[in-house]
Design a protein around this ligand. Structure first.
Ligand SMILES: [Zn+2]
Length: 478
């Protein structure tokens, strides 16, 4: 009987639907009623649409149903099933726009006025309240009420206090307010409230002329969103060198607005696309069931690009990274790469996708190739017997593509590949360097991911997307 009732409880739990999916269904729903105003051709467009709160949605509790065990004449056994987490909305009451409103709500008392005071340097809450006209007894009561509720010693200079005769309000962390209110019968009490935060979905696109940063900001992208975009796209794009005039970008992002103050209190990139010299690149945010947030292309490949530590097959490590006695000079020197001994002519592959920045003879290195993978990572390959003819400077190489063959050119004692990994132009140990995790979507989250992409795409198409992510369904990207 245990198994029956457990199963029942689980299947009736609506939370088997991933939170991200629910969020996007909400987004799509909210947008379907939004009239798209993009009827004039413009280079840069931004739309802001109000949507149902994403980070602040109410928990839907499962309806209670009779335990099926009862129908079989069995005694139900109480089993702990995963409880949906109560939302913050249920734990904390909502803030009000003014202290007076809260005082009225909690005590029924009308207060005539309230004033705003900012904490000055060297001032404590006591001095501030004195400045606001509170007497010593009242100040002592407020401070006593706040003990354990807020650390009054770490209040930041400039913290805003709203002060009315029967209560005050201030905040020590974003999204939350602390009220201290005087009840005519029960005396002083404190109250933590949550400021109502609403999420809005935004879309922006444009064409680069000059700097992509300026273009993006001008088209309504927030700075934090742009930074997130660069860090996501940065695995495959070198923003400093590769983005050119005429390339286009698009971003779908969420901003969180404090409904009381109107201030933006947070943002989140949901999708980023870039048309780079005619090559479309697009990544989607996805949070899996383990709460891990990753960025993936439409096929579920990670935006994070890892590098192959051994870009040659059938080779043995013949010399590792670090100080060593040089086989030719006899001096102790730093070996800034690793050596793989392999027969002459063994193919060498690109450790990662990127742009070839050097290809040809380079002194002691002999025949040498250097590949720039992004703004952070480079790899280099030396002593080759031959370089593939198309591996010229400027060529976009794919991970795993053969770039040349093992040899002993330059300062070398025998056939081997000298391989370097450079982080910010400094050689690091290729065997131990921490590389980004390039794992694709886990199989168990595949369906959720595909639904997420479908929902994001639906939103993008409503916004006249340029579809910079490409279109696997066979349509044409512009
Ligand atoms: Zn070497």
């Amino acid at each position: 009987m245990i198994s029956i009732s457990t199963k029942y409880a689980l299947s009736s739990n609506p939370f088997s639907l991933p939170a991200a999916l629910v969020a996007f269904l909400l987004i799509s729903f909210a947008l379907s009623s939004n009239v798209n105003a993009n009827d004039s051709p413009k280079l840069s467009t931004t739309f802001s649409a109000k949507m149902e709160s994403v980070s602040y949605s109410k928990t839907i509790l499962p309806k209670s149903r009779p335990d099926p065990a009862v129908f079989f004449g069995q005694t139900p056994i109480s089993i702990k099933t995963p409880k949906p987490k109560p939302s913050l909305e249920e734990i904390f009451p909502k803030s009000t726009k003014t202290v007076r409103e809260m005082i009225f709500l909690k005590t029924g008392e009308q207060t005539l006025e309230e004033k705003t005071f900012k904490l000055k340097a060297g001032e404590g809450i006591g001095a501030l309240l004195k400045r606001a006209g509170y007497g010593p007894e009242k100040i002592a009561d407020v401070i006593k009420t706040l003990s354990g509720k807020a650390n009054l010693l770490t209040l930041q200079i400039g913290t805003t206090f709203q002060v009315a005769s029967r209560g005050i309000r201030f905040s020590t962390r974003p999204k939350y307010d602390i009220f201290v209110i005087n009840h005519p019968k029960d005396g002083w009490f404190s109250l933590t409230t949550r400021r109502p935060i609403k999420s809005y979905l935004n879309y922006a696109n444009g064409v680069v002329s000059g700097s992509i940063y300026q273009a993006a900001i001008a088209s309504g992208v927030r700075e934090a969103v742009f930074n997130e975009y660069v860090s996501v796209m940065g695995f495959s794009v070198d923003f400093q060198r590769e983005v050119r005039n005429g390339d286009s970008y698009e971003m779908l992002f969420k901003i969180n607005r404090d409904e009381l103050s109107g201030n933006v209190v947070g943002s989140e990139l949901i999708y980023g696309g870039l048309m780079l010299s005619g090559e479309p690149i697009g990544y989607f945010r996805f949070k899996d069931g383990k709460e891990h947030i990753g960025w993936y292309d439409e096929e579920g490949n990670s935006a994070a690009r890892t590098l192959i530590r051994t870009p040659i097959s059938g080779a043995r490590l013949s010399s590792s990274f670090g100080k060593r006695r040089h086989p030719i000079s006899g001096f102790n020197a730093m070996h800034k790469g690793v050596d793989f001994a392999a027969p002459r002519g063994t193919p060498i592959i690109a450790a990662g996708s990127g742009v070839v920045t050097e290809s040809g003879w380079k002194g002691n290195y002999g025949r040498y190739i250097r590949i720039r993978h992004n703004s952070k990572y480079d790899t280099a390959y030396a002593h080759m017997s031959r370089i593939k003819s198309k591996i010229r400077r400027g060529y976009r190489v794919k991970q795993g593509e053969v770039i040349g063959y093992v040899g002993s050119t330059g300062r070398s004692t025998g056939d081997h590949l000298h391989y370097e990994v450079l982080v910010n132009n400094r050689q690091v140990n290729p065997m131990t360097v921490r590389l980004p995790n390039g794992k694709p979507i886990e199989a168990i989250y595949r369906d959720d991911f595909e639904k997420t992409v479908e929902n994001i795409n639906a939103v993008l198409f409503q916004r006249d997307t340029k579809r910079l992510a490409g279109d696997p369904a066979g349509g044409t990207a512009q």
